[in-house]
Write a protein that binds this ligand. Structure first.
Ligand SMILES: NC(=O)c1ccc[n+]([C@@H]2O[C@H](COP(=O)([O-])OP(=O)(O)OC[C@H]3O[C@@H](n4cnc5c(N)ncnc54)[C@H](OP(=O)(O)O)[C@@H]3O)[C@@H](O)[C@H]2O)c1
Length: 321
């Protein structure tokens, strides 16, 4: 297949491209940051500079590439600055998930491409009731907490638009697998506390496992939503001390709920105390996906327990220097 990967130079995109090429697909990959074109060429993709929010440019780029399938991995997560209001933190990513998705779907519709796989997110989106681990069929949170409503709505938009067009939305767990993983610095600096009882569940996935699931989804028929997460959803009070220890950091601080609410906002309190994790049973069953790192326990040790020089460095990390 000829595959158009939007966001090919990012943390997940740069793992997807080599796996697609290994399976015999041809890849056109988009990038934003200078220097990433050469790196995409190195891994065998045809690079194209593209702003996904520019509808005309998206149309021209896809028409020129003449793909059989589209993968949407463009986000602005790596450069996000955390504030008390997560909707502000994720504003650009929310636009990429709404306008960006719509721009890609418009040209997919125009050219008759129905094979479409897009990035969504698994943890902390479900109704905060019942058990701690949720499937794709469990209800999403009908009343997301203050400061997270636009972010939740953007993911919902992406999933409805993509599946409505016959494609697949992948609800990934929190990515890890590279030196610049979002959690590394905050955990090293003890800026990521255990809030209250630390009972909020997270789901994780290693970037290589997430990429493998993406390739399988692309080769799968029919519209669907899949949780692409490891086998062990876990509360913050379990995984955070393990991550801190593996990174050689001091143990995490403990914040009472009122203090976390004051400094980090309602979204952070929800994530730390009442967020739900996700089940990967459907992805395993229907995609035939088996994660190489079934738990963050092995994954964190494999990625962060090694000397820095031997860790994987994704394309965009190197480009950002
Ligand atoms: N630092 C933090 O606070 C934080 C927070 C959450 C997550 N994260 C990390 O972020 C990563 C998320 O993985 P990811 O692959 O989704 O993100 P990523 O590594 O930032 O990759 C995003 C991709 O989208 C592209 N892109 C950005 N803006 C675009 C636009 N307007 N139009 C088209 N393409 C655009 C990027 O291009 P270029 O790379 O070429 O610019 C890149 O290819 C994880 O590693 C996670 O740990 C960090």
């Amino acid at each position: 297949m000829r595959v158009f990967v939007a966001g090919a130079s990012g943390a997940i995109g740069s793992r997807v491209v080599p796996q697609l090429i290994e399976r015999g697909h041809e890849v056109t990959g988009t990038f934003r940051s200078s220097g990433n074109d050469a790196r995409l060429r190195t891994v065998g993709a045809e690079p194209v500079a593209l702003d996904l929010l520019d509808a005309d440019a998206v149309r021209m780029a896809v028409l020129a590439a003449e793909p059989d399938a589209i993968v949407h991995q463009a986000t602005a997560l790596a450069t996000a600055r955390f504030t008390r209001n997560l909707d502000r933190t994720f504003e650009e990513t929310n636009r990429l998930r709404t306008e960006g998705t719509d721009n890609l779907l418009a040209v997919a519709h125009e050219t008759g491409i129905s094979r479409f796989v897009a990035q969504s997110f698994a943890s902390m989106r479900n109704a905060r009731e019942g058990g701690p681990v949720k499937t794709e069929d469990d209800p999403l949170d009908p009343t997301p907490v203050k400061g997270t409503r636009e972010t939740n709505a953007a993911m919902r938009h992406l999933e409805e638009a993509v599946t409505g067009a016959g494609g697949i939305a992948l609800r990934y767990g929190g990515f890890y697998g590279a030196d610049n993983d979002g959690l590394v610095e905050p955990v090293r600096k003890r800026q990521f506390p255990i809030v209250g009882d630390g009972g909020g569940y997270f789901s994780f996935v290693h970037l290589d496992d997430a990429a493998a699931a993406t390739v399988l989804a692309l080769e799968h028929e029919g519209a669907a939503i899949y949780n692409i997460v490891d086998d062990e959803p876990a509360p913050v009070c379990d995984w955070l001390p393990v991550l801190a220890k593996t990174l050689g950091a001091k143990p995490p601080r403990h914040f009472p709920v009122w203090l976390a609410r004051l400094f980090a906002g309602e979204g952070a309190v929800m994530m730390g105390t009442s967020g739900r994790g996700a089940s990967n049973a459907r992805a395993k069953r229907e995609l035939g996906w088996t994660p190489r790192y079934p738990s963050w326990r092995q994954g964190f040790a494999a990625v962060y327990g090694k000397p820095t020089a031997s860790r994987a460095m994704p394309i965009s990390t190197a480009a950002r220097g």
